[in-house]
Design a protein around this ligand. Structure first.
Ligand code: F0G
Length: 466
């Protein structure tokens, strides 16, 4: 039997504590459901040793400049933990002996300039940090390396998650790398085959439950109290710690010149919470001098956070019955809504929603940059368009979109879009006309040179549009 609580790990056992986000209760261990023993709210990891002048390590304090140069130095190292774009920033993570780290060389994701999208949207400097370039194709790997390593260190044999696709693929991969078993709960018929196939190949026990993502997560929460499995959804605060590193790596890639805005898709709201936590911690530690505004974009059909803020002032969650073609964010009852509300307030960010058509248009626009992403990630560009129109993003400001997942995740969406039948039979059918210049359907021809030459000539007359 594995332990029922996460013991203090690693060589510096006192370097972090579990902190309740609501009643502020502090503890050295957490129960398997990662809920506060006093009030039942979510936990986050806090670092009592940190102070404003840097991280105290034994007798000597470490300054922000020391950290920046240490992280840069590690780029030259070939040690597995240094090759990870997550563990390279380990001073801002819970301490763990290098020997316990389970890594697939996650992180180290590219930051791309997006000149065509910038022109269309009307901002001078637009970048995309592509988390879909992680080993299993999504941002989940950054959190998973940390959560899986701690689960392994604590002696768990089984790890489990509920998922809309990416979490399951990522968790199954890290479980396999670390020699653990994995249990995946996914909504039947509502996740992409490409993700399901990853979980299967990485040897997960994969259960397709006749419910939605929210139903899978509810069941998992009950399961971890009854069975010796350790849950790796983003309720697990170790996941949040790993996902923080995308923001640290982003600042490093921008040479510590801050963007004005960071825009991220919102589903279960773990990622926005993680990025916000990283920004606040970097600010506290003197690594950055001000806070970029962190904004969250949701699909109109899965807009729990938008409604929570607009209709309840962010005080209580308004759940929704989620429906969107962006499978990753088809979530109606986001677990980390309170954390997300707080980071939006702390950074001054906005929360917007976009329609299915706006999302599809944005996805094709990102594709024309040669980058590509999954539909859920494209809500960031669609949301940016709205934020520019509203004047929230101002002329001259620098914006970074967080592309969370890979183009190969939802191929049906992309193919139906280009064939023109993405919205067939839906209320959006009539709106397809605005997308026609972006569509490039495959062309079936007889296998003759003439046919191909004629097609090439015709295509050459029509300039590609973005
Ligand atoms: N983008 C992608 C590609 C995702 O897979 C997810 C969530 C999100 C955005 C939303 O992030 O939940 O942290 O707000 N995917 C989940 C999964 C929940 O199971 O893979 P969030």
């Amino acid at each position: 039997m594995p332990p029922s609580a996460i013991p203090e790990p690693g060589v510096r056992p006192s370097d972090f504590r579990f902190h309740c986000i609501d009643c502020s209760h502090l503890s050295d261990s957490a129960s398997p459901d990662y809920r506060c023993p006093r009030c039942g709210d979510l936990l986050e990891i806090s670092y009592p040793e940190w102070n404003k002048s840097g991280i105290s390590s034994g007798v000597s304090g470490v300054s922000a400049n020391d950290l920046i140069s240490t992280w840069k130095q590690r780029r030259l190292s070939s040690a597995p933990a240094d090759l990870s774009g997550v563990w390279r920033f380990r001073e801002l993570l819970p301490a763990l002996n290098d020997g316990h780290v389970i890594t697939l060389r996650e992180g180290n994701t590219p930051l791309y300039e997006m000149p065509q999208c910038a022109r269309i949207v009307g901002v001078p400097h637009l970048f995309a940090k592509h988390q879909g370039m992680n080993p299993t194709g999504s941002f989940k790997d950054a959190g998973m390396t940390v959560a899986a390593s701690f689960a392994h260190h604590a002696g768990y044999r089984w790890i489990a998650c509920a998922s809309t696709g990416n979490t399951s693929a990522s968790m199954a991969a890290y479980a396999a790398r670390g020699g653990m078993r994995s249990l995946v709960l996914v909504p039947e018929g509502k996740i992409s085959w490409s993700k399901l196939s990853q979980a299967l190949d990485y040897a997960a026990v994969t259960c397709q439950l006749r419910t939605d993502f929210d139903g899978c997560l509810r069941l998992l929460q009950e399961l971890v109290l009854r069975a010796p499995v350790h849950q790796l959804n983003s309720i697990n605060p170790f996941r949040i710690e790993g996902q923080k590193t995308l923001a640290i790596e982003l600042m490093e890639q921008m040479d510590w010149q801050l963007p004005d805005h960071i825009i991220v898709p919102g589903g279960n709201l773990g990622n926005s919470s993680a990025i916000g936590k990283a920004l606040l911690e970097m600010h506290d530690l003197g690594l950055i001098s001000r806070l970029p505004k962190l904004s969250v974009i949701q699909a109109e059909g899965a807009n729990a956070l938008v409604r929570t803020l607009r209709e309840a002032g962010g005080k209580q969650l308004i759940s929704v019955n989620a429906e969107t073609r962006a499978t990753a964010i088809r979530i109606g009852n986001p677990a980390s809504w309170k954390k997300a509300v707080r980071v939006l307030e702390a950074t001054g960010g906005a929360c917007e929603q976009v329609s299915e058509v706006e999302m599809a248009q944005a996805k094709a626009g990102i594709g024309t940059e040669g980058i590509g992403c999954e539909p859920a990630s494209a809500v960031t560009l669609a949301g940016l368009k709205k934020l520019v129109k509203q004047g929230f993003v101002k002329a001259g400001e620098t914006v970074v979109l967080i592309l969370t997942g890979n183009l190969l995740k939802d191929p049906d969406f992309t193919i139906e879009f280009h064939r023109g039948d993405l919205f067939a039979g839906t209320p959006h059918e009539g709106e397809m006309i605005v997308l026609s210049t972006l569509r490039r359907p495959p062309i079936v021809l007889d296998a003759t040179l003439d046919e191909v030459l004629r097609t090439l000539e015709q295509a050459d007359k029509t300039a590609p549009s973005g």
